[in-house]
Design a protein around this ligand. Structure first.
Ligand SMILES: NC(=O)c1ccc[n+]([C@@H]2O[C@H](COP(=O)([O-])OP(=O)(O)OC[C@H]3O[C@@H](n4cnc5c(N)ncnc54)[C@H](O)[C@@H]3O)[C@@H](O)[C@H]2O)c1
Length: 268
């Protein structure tokens, strides 16, 4: 009783499927994993944080969901392969993949080669390793298989001091389009989402500690929440929902696309 949304799996083709969510231990990724659990998926969280991953997965399992954690870095190809190989007996092969793990490096032109690697290795190279492993495990024809990558409004714009991050997220858009073309003959769809500011623990801490603002004050400020047409930040669940849609059979003719989930930010 109550294992997944009543009836939801009947209409969107997600129930009973196996999903892999990188960066799913906390923040938006945890909301995605939780949403996919609620849709009746079996969910493997692949994350470098054992502490957050275990807490999240234990909580979902306590509620009757089928969730597992594999601890590893997306830049570690052997660990990625081991995670896919180590899925529990009886789980169907993964046909859904959400890539959220990223390098959070905010530097301008002064960025060193090491900082560029810290930005691009997880967001781009790690992404490619996970997608390669996921697609290698699929049959030649894999209609219904779907991938969603995490871009950002930052992929679409210039922001002072954000050269490394914004470039890494722009690369996600290019990767998504090219992978969509390469994988279309196999029936595998690849899309991305571009969220605006999402109110998670990291943003809560940043606004409180650096700017001295709670959520209400930050959302009321023209340069923060006021940047978004809707005048507020997103909750993680508001990003998880369109990701679930893009994975689902409801989005069966959408591939190579980027969906802004940004309260209207990119519209003006
Ligand atoms: N928070 C926002 O406002 C916002 C907006 C737009 C896009 N995004 C994107 O959404 C995604 C999630 O962001 P978040 O704010 O929820 O972050 P978060 O820090 O709350 O969670 C990120 C998770 O990814 C894991 N991770 C990081 N690097 C990894 C690696 N190399 N290998 C494996 N796991 C790794 C972390 O351990 C963590 O659990 C990121 O791609 C981020 O760029 C966030």
């Amino acid at each position: 009783m109550g294992r997944h949304r009543k009836g939801a799996g009947d209409v969107n083709g997600l129930a009973g499927r196996t999903a892999v969510v990188t960066g799913g231990a906390q923040g938006i990724g945890a909301a995605v994993a939780e949403r996919l659990c609620a849709e009746g998926c079996r969910v493997l969280v692949y994350d470098k944080s054992a502490e957050h991953g275990r807490a999240a997965v234990d909580a979902w399992r306590a509620r009757g969901h089928e969730a597992r954690l594999a601890v590893g870095d997306v830049t570690d190809g052997a660990a990625v392969a081991a995670a896919f190989a180590g899925l529990p007996d009886g789980w169907p092969r993964p046909t859904l993949l959400v890539n959220l793990a990223a390098g959070f490096v905010f530097k301008g032109l002064e960025a060193t080669p090491e900082e560029w690697h810290a930005a691009l290795d997880p967001t781009l190279v790690g992404l490619s390793l996970v997608v390669r492993e996921f697609t290698a495990g699929l049959p030649e024809r894999a209609a219904g298989a779907a991938i969603v990558n995490m871009a950002s409004i930052s992929a679409h714009i210039a922001q002072s001091g954000y050269l490394t991050y914004n470039t890494s997220k722009a690369a996600v858009l290019g990767f998504t389009r090219c992978a969509a073309e390469e994988l279309a003959p196999r029936g595998i769809r690849v899309n991305s989402v571009s969220p605006g500011t999402v109110w998670n623990a990291g943003n809560e801490r940043y606004h409180r500690e650096v700017l001295g603002l709670d959520r209400a004050a930050a959302e009321a400020a023209p340069e923060h929440g006021g940047k978004f047409l809707l005048g507020r930040f997103a909750d993680p669940a508001e990003v998880a929902a369109p990701i679930a849609f893009l994975l689902s059979s409801e989005a069966s003719f959408i591939t190579g696309a980027d969906l802004p989930v940004d309260g209207g930010y990119l519209a003006v």
